[in-house]
Design a protein around this ligand. Structure first.
Ligand code: ZN
Ligand code: ZN
Length: 879
């Protein structure tokens, strides 16, 4: 028997243990079954479960459990990402508390500390995923820094290097002075800030009172200028001298012509700082300009900035430069300007474009294949609109800067000979120079971008570069589920690496899910205080209610507005299912599966027909990743058709007053079991618990019972008749409401129908109408004179008359309605007055005005309904 009420935590614990002990999530390395595989987007090892994970995990779990039921050998590969900068930051903070920093510790000891940290805290996120019910093959858990994956990373690096697709170059990169690392373009967040545009005169050598006026938002960078550029067709500058003096230095710099210059910006003269601006860097290359680094990696001015500025912080230097230019009379004007300033995505420090020697992946040959694979349909992106975004990015792809100046990560397998300067890239650690045999080698100190190892995730986790059974069975994977925010960081790069090294796409389908926002559609953030914590939700509502809510709102291309009220609603659904199962179980105790089930009642035939349709709908929704449609179809079916109508309809049979009890019990058992099967991928815990208590419980998880696709067949005539009966019952119930008749009072009705077959059918099933509508007596006739003092319900050709004579006191009911109408009238006056008040409308907060407007229209509606009822009563009662 089931407990009186559903206790999610006990049930979740029980089934988590069952799944684990019986290895229910284990994939087979080889199998005759069709394969289905997903690799998890590895959460950061520093991560804490948030709404995004919860949604992502729920959707993947639905697909994995669904495919197990469909008979697939399913691999859901779990793991975590070492998250270079993020993890290093966490451990550095820990060290700071002890009054230490990583430099004091040294590289090896620091890395050891990170591993210790990982051992102690790195499992937290995995345990949180387990609480979500994630059916990953946990015995295969991988980590982007484990030995196998490290081998894969090295192999990829060496091969790309040997193919000429990895190179070292001086490059202008986005530099975070706080994290002390280069950042990829994508790791820079641009924020519009109030700044200034400084107009500065660079005097002509011959005529220092005249000169070119340049405009800049970062005047301190002028110390590193190596040219001024004008547009070749700018008539203002056809006859300018070919050099100007660079103020605050004793340098003279050339005036060059380049069509990159925007003639409409400022005066059309552009200062060129190749070491500190990406566009200037390109101009510098075209004109073979010198690069002078005046800002160092620590964001302080270098000696090349000149003795008066050397050692100053870049922003202090900016002030000093402005002052000095003012003193010289060279600052022409300063105007306020809103402009985009790049910030580090990790620590929000202002990024400094800076010149440094970095490692790059030459991406265009890789991108070419990745574009073709989507064009050919080898990989499908759902929803389709993301395909366009993918192409746009891939066609404009830039070389990928993969080196990071941190310690935690895959150290680049390159060695420099200190004697002959030879650079060697190698799979194994090098001890001798291959050119001069010197042992005086140093390894590259940079590590790889975290995304480099995660780009290999679909095949590195399956044992590549070994030719494993796992790869053969499960690569390419079936599906990848991800948020759009890492479409470029991760998905595109997996496409490139997968196609290059495995000669096949990493996944056949990519499903891009939406963002989870708050109930007003705002992004959840700590500072706004609108974050809903998934662990708190699980604690209070249970995992199943939470998972079902996420699935029910996961519509393609639409963000999810999450609120506790919504989760509460689905918790009610979970409880409704529990109660329905409890009710069914009390009757199923007397059910024997050996008895024949060939005497199906109308409700039996109807529910089997509906279930058949629902199962097929859910299947096609899931196959097309319409999670919300699948969840809502099941919700409607279970709550309304199964609980509200079917269980109510079969009560006379269950209590032995009508029909063939064993047949109906067989049907009830079948429908309940199949519904649990259909629901299982969404709400795994409660479904396992209920199924285990029903007759003939399976000795495996529900995941390994057949997906209920072939229950029965669609029975149109049963559906038609049952629909007519339900319409009649609903009509009679509405009259009860309108006429304020107690639900326990048994009514008399007369049905007029011109159709002899229908009259016969209703006659046969009149116990259904009697039970469901709570009737004393029912008369079925051909249409004739309208009975006196009765309310009517018209359904197609059929009319139902509900006798009211002696049921209600018409006068009294009319008075009651009049009183109520008057009361509402008064309330309406108040609300109308407010809404007519300009002062109120303009001054009250939007939410308050909205509330009053809503109340007003609700009152109007109620009043209309009551007036309608009053007219009916007066007509029927002749008053
Ligand atoms: Zn930073
Ligand atoms: Zn050497």
């Amino acid at each position: 028997m089931l407990d009186k009420s559903y206790e999610p935590h006990a049930v979740e614990k029980k089934w988590s243990e069952y799944w684990k002990e019986n290895e229910q999530f284990a994939a087979k390395d080889t199998s005759d079954q069709p394969s289905y595989s997903i690799v998890i987007p590895p959460p950061n090892v520093t991560g804490v479960l948030h709404m995004g994970h919860a949604l992502n995990i729920t959707l993947q779990d639905i697909m994995c459990r669904y495919h197990r039921m469909k008979g697939c050998n399913v691999l859901w590969m779990p793991g975590t990402d070492h998250a270079g900068i993020a993890t290093q930051n966490v451990v550095e903070k820990q060290l700071a508390k002890e009054g230490l920093d990583r430099h004091q510790l040294g590289r090896d000891k620091f890395i050891q500390r990170v591993w210790e940290w990982r051992k102690e805290y790195g499992g937290a996120i995995i345990n949180q995923l387990k609480r979500m019910g994630a059916s990953c093959d946990w015995n295969r858990e991988r980590f982007t820094m484990d030995d196998g994956l490290t081998v894969a990373v090295r192999k990829v690096f060496v091969e790309l290097y040997n193919d000429g697709l990895i190179y070292q170059g001086d490059y202008i990169t986005n530099w975070c002075p706080r994290c002390q690392t280069a950042l990829a373009d994508l790791e820079v967040e641009h924020e519009e800030l109030d700044g200034h545009l400084y107009h500065i005169r660079y005097p002509f050598e011959e005529n220092p009172d005249d000169g070119l006026i340049v405009a800049t938002t970062r005047p301190e960078t002028m110390l590193g200028d190596t040219a001024v550029a004008v547009h070749p067709e700018d008539e203002r500058y056809t006859n300018v001298p070919d050099a100007v003096q660079l103020p605050l230095t004793n340098r003279t710099i050339p005036v060059i012509k380049d069509s990159y210059v925007d003639r409409s910006f400022g005066t059309g003269a552009l200062k060129v700082t190749p070491a500190h601006d990406p566009n200037d860097f390109e101009i510098g290359r075209r004109h073979a300009l010198q690069t002078i680094r005046v800002i160092g990696d620590d964001a302080k001015m270098t000696d090349l900035a000149g003795t008066s500025y050397q050692g100053m912080d870049r922003f202090a230097c900016r002030k000093q430069v402005i002052d000095d230019l003012n003193d010289l009379g060279l600052m022409i004007k300063i105007e306020p300007l809103k402009h985009g300033v790049g910030h580090c995505y990790r620590c929000k420090t202002v990024v400094e474009p800076n010149l440094s020697r970095q490692w790059f992946v030459k991406t265009s040959p890789l991108a070419e294949k990745a574009i073709k694979a989507v064009e050919n349909g080898e990989t499908r992106i759902v929803p389709e609109n993301w395909t366009k975004t993918y192409y746009e990015w891939m066609y404009n792809i830039k070389d990928w800067c993969i080196s990071r100046q941190i310690w935690w990560g895959h150290r680049i397998p390159a060695w420099y000979c200190q004697d002959c300067q030879h650079t060697m890239v190698h799979l194994e650690d090098m001890t001798h120079c291959t050119k001069c045999n010197s042992q005086n080698l140093t390894q590259e100190s940079d590590v790889l971008d975290t995304w480099f190892s995660s780009a290999l995730w679909p095949f590195s986790t399956m044992g590549w570069p070994e030719k494993t059974h796992l790869l053969k069975t499960f690569y390419p994977t079936s599906l990848l589920v991800s948020g759009f925010d890492i479409l470029f960081f991760w998905i595109a790069r997996m496409m490139m690496m997968g196609l290059w090294f495995m000669k096949d796409v990493p996944f056949k389908d990519v499903y891009i899910h939406a963002l989870v926002r708050d109930e007003d559609g705002k992004k959840m953030s700590k500072s706004k205080g609108n974050v809903i914590d998934p662990l708190d939700i699980i604690q209070r509502y249970g995992t199943d209610a939470f998972r079902f809510t996420l699935a029910a709102f996961a519509a393609q291309g639409r963000d999810i507005r999450m609120s506790e009220k919504r989760i509460e609603g689905y918790r009610n659904f979970i409880n409704k299912l529990w109660n329905a199962a409890r009710f069914s179980l009390t009757h199923l105790e007397s059910y024997s599966s050996k008895e024949s089930a060939d005497q199906l009642s109308l409700p039996d035939r109807w529910i089997l027909s509906r279930l058949t349709q629902v199962a097929s709908d859910v299947e096609s929704h899931l196959d097309e990743y319409r999670f919300n449609d699948a969840a809502n179809t099941l919700y409607q079916f279970v709550w309304h058709e199964f609980c509200d109508w079917y269980l109510e309809s079969i009560k006379p049979i269950l209590y032995g007053r009508e029909g063939h009890k064993q047949s109906t019990l067989a049907c009830l058992n079948k429908v309940l079991c199949a519904s649990l099967g259909l629901l299982h991928p969404f709400i795994p815990f409660i479904t396992e618990e209920i199924r285990s208590k029903l007759p003939d419980a399976p000795d495996t998880s529900l995941m390994y019972t057949d997906y209920p696709s072939k229950i029965s067949s669609v029975d149109t005539s049963a559906e038609k008749l049952m629909n007519l009966i339900m319409d009649m019952v609903t009509g009679i119930r509405n009259i009860r409401g309108e006429m304020n008749i107690s639900p326990s009072f048994l009514l008399d009705i007369i049905i007029h129908s011109p159709d002899a077959d229908i009259r016969q059918a209703i006659e046969t099933h009149k116990y259904l109408v009697i039970t469901l509508a709570r009737l004393k007596h029912i008369t079925i006739q051909k249409p004739s004179i309208r009975p006196k003092s009765s309310a009517t319900v018209v359904i197609g050709d059929h009319t139902i008359y509900v006798t009211l004579e002696g049921v209600i006191d018409f006068e009294k009911e009319a008075d009651r309605l009049k009183k109520e109408i008057n009361k509402i009238e008064k309330e309406l006056v108040g609300a109308s007055k407010k809404l007519a008040n300009e002062d109120f409308l303009s001054k009250a907060p939007e939410a308050v005005v909205k509330k009053v407007t809503e109340k007003h229209s609700a009152l109007m509606e109620k009043q209309d309904r009551l007036k309608d009822n009053l007219t009916k009563i007066q007509k029927i009662g002749n008053i």
